[in-house]
Design a protein around this ligand. Structure first.
Ligand code: ATP
Ligand code: MG
Ligand code: FE
Length: 337
C-alpha cells in the first residue's frame, strides 16, 4: 500500500511516498528566509510552508511515479512543532484525505525521528534494530533517550532539563559569530581542530537527564575573556574551539547513553534527529558501541534532519495497526507520546 506523508513542523516543507514501508521518494524544501534573522521566525515559516507545499507534494508523487488516486492513506506531522507551521501540513493532509476519500494518519514528530532508523530503501536491505532498543534523539528542540518496546510503544527515560543538543550547537555557533543554523558549521570546522585544546565543563545531572545551559554560559565567558586578550582569538582558533565544543557536547550525550544501556541491559542502540548528522557524534557513538558490545544504528544523513520519509514509515506502522483520525483532528505544539 502507498502512503503519502507530509512534514511541516518547523522550517522544512517535506513530502514522501512509501510503498509497504519502502521509501519511493523523499522531497525537502528547506526555508532559507530564516538565515537573516538568526533563527526560525514562526510566521514566516507558516507562509513559506503555504508556498512550498503544493510543489513539494507534487514532486514527491512524480518522483515516486505514483498518482494521487493510487495513494491508500495520508500521513502528516501532528505534533510537536510550531503551531502555524503544523497547521499547514495538517489541513493539507485533511483536504487530500477528504478529496480522495482515503484514511488520515497523525504522526508524532519525535516518534518519527526514532523510526527513521527502520527506513528501508528499495534494492538495499539494511539491518534494523530489534525491540527493545534505545534511541538517543538529538534535535533542534529535543534531547531524549527513548526506550522503544515496539513500533509505536515508546517511553522517554531521560531528557534535557533546559537546552536541546541542537540548541547547544546553534547557540555556541552564534557566540562564535557563525550564521544560523550553526550546528553543521561547527561540525565542519571541528574536522581540522584539536578537541583537547579547550576544556569545557561536563554538568553533573541526575539519572538519565541532560543539561546544556551551563556549557553555553561557560563558552560565552571563555570567549569574552579570550577576546579581551586577543580580539582575533575566535578567528585564529576557530577549528580548535569548534572541535572542543563539539567533543564536550558529544561526551555529555554519550555518557548518559552508556548509563542508559547499562541500566536497562539493552544493547541495540540508535541515534536520531538533526544532531545525529554530526560526524563527531557518529564516530564516537560507533566507537562506544564497539567498546560496550552494542549493535549500533544511525539513519542515513537525509533521514537525520527533518524529512517526510520518517513520517511515511511511522504512518505505515500506524496504517498496519489501523490507527486513523477523522477530520476533526487538530495539530498540537506540544505533546508527549
Ligand atoms: P525537533 O525535532 O526537536 O522538533 P527540529 O526538527 O528543528 O527540532 P532537526 O531538524 O531534527 O530539529 O535538527 C535540527 C538541528 O540539528 C539544528 O539545531 C542543527 O544545528 C542541528 N544539526 C544539523 N546537522 C548538524 C551537524 N552536522 N552537527 C551538529 N548539529 C547539527
Ligand atoms: Mg529545520
Ligand atoms: Fe525534527
Amino acid at each position: 500500500s502507498y502512503i503519502l506523508a507530509i512534514e511541516s513542523s518547523c522550517d522544512e516543507t517535506a513530502a514522501a511516498v512509501c510503498n509497504d514501508g519502502l521509501i519511493l521518494s523523499n522531497i525537502i524544501a528547506s526555508q532559507k528566509i530564516h538565515e537573516e534573522y538568526g533563527g526560525v521566525v514562526p510566521e514566516l515559516a507558516s507562509r513559506a510552508h503555504l508556498q512550498a507545499i503544493v510543489p513539494v507534494v507534487d514532486t514527491a508523487l512524480k518522483k515516486a511515479n505514483v498518482s494521487l488516486d493510487e495513494i491508500d492513506a495520508f500521513a502528516f506531522t501532528q505534533s510537536p512543532g510550531l503551531i502555524g507551521a503544523l497547521l499547514v501540513g495538517t489541513e493539507f493532509a485533511k483536504s487530500l484525505s477528504l478529496g480522495c476519500n482515503k484514511p488520515l494518519i497523525a504522526v508524532h514528530h519525535m516518534q518519527a525521528h526514532v523510526l527513521a532508523n527502520l527506513i528501508q530503501s528499495p534494492g538495499k536491505k539494511n539491518e534494523t534494530p530489534s525491540f527493545p532498543f534505545l534511541c538517543l534523539t538529538v534535535s533542534g528542540g529535543h534531547t531524549q533517550i527513548v526506550l522503544c518496546e515496539d513500533f509505536l510503544q515508546m517511553k522517554v527515560i531521560g531528557e534535557t532539563l533546559d537546552d536541546a543538543a541542537g540548541e547547544a550547537f546553534d547557540k555556541s555557533a552564534k557566540i562564535l559569530g557563525l550564521p544560523y543554523p550553526g550546528g553543521p558549521l561547527i561540525d565542519k570546522f571541528a574536522k581540522n581542530g584539536n578537541p583537547e585544546k579547550y576544556k569545557f565543563p561536563e554538568p553533573k545531572i541526575d539519572e538519565l537527564n541532560f543539561s546544556f545551559s551551563g556549557l553555553k554560559t561557560s563558552i560565552l565567558y571563555f570567549i569574552r575573556d579570550e577576546k579581551l586578550k586577543n580580539e582575533n582569538f575566535v578567528e585564529e582558533n576557530m577549528a580548535d574551539i569548534c572541535a572542543s565544543v563539539q567533543s564536550r557536547i558529544v561526551s555529555i550525550l554519550l555518557h548518559k547513553l552508556k548509563k542508559a544501556s547499562r541500566e536497562t541491559g539493552i544493547t541495540d542502540i540508535c541515534i536520531a534527529g538533526g544532531v545525529s548528522a554530526n560526524k563527531g557524534l557518529r564516530r564516537e557513538f560507533e566507537k562506544m558501541g564497539i567498546e560496550e558490545g552494542w549493535k549500533t544504528f544511525i539513519p542515513a544523513f537525509e533521514y537525520c534532519t527533518d524529512n517526510a520519509a520518517m513520517i511515511a514509515i511511522t504512518g505505515y506502522y500506524k496504517y498496519k495497526a489501523g490507527i486513523f483520525e477523522d477530520l476533526s483532528v487538530v495539530p498540537s505544539a506540544r505533546a508527549v507520546f
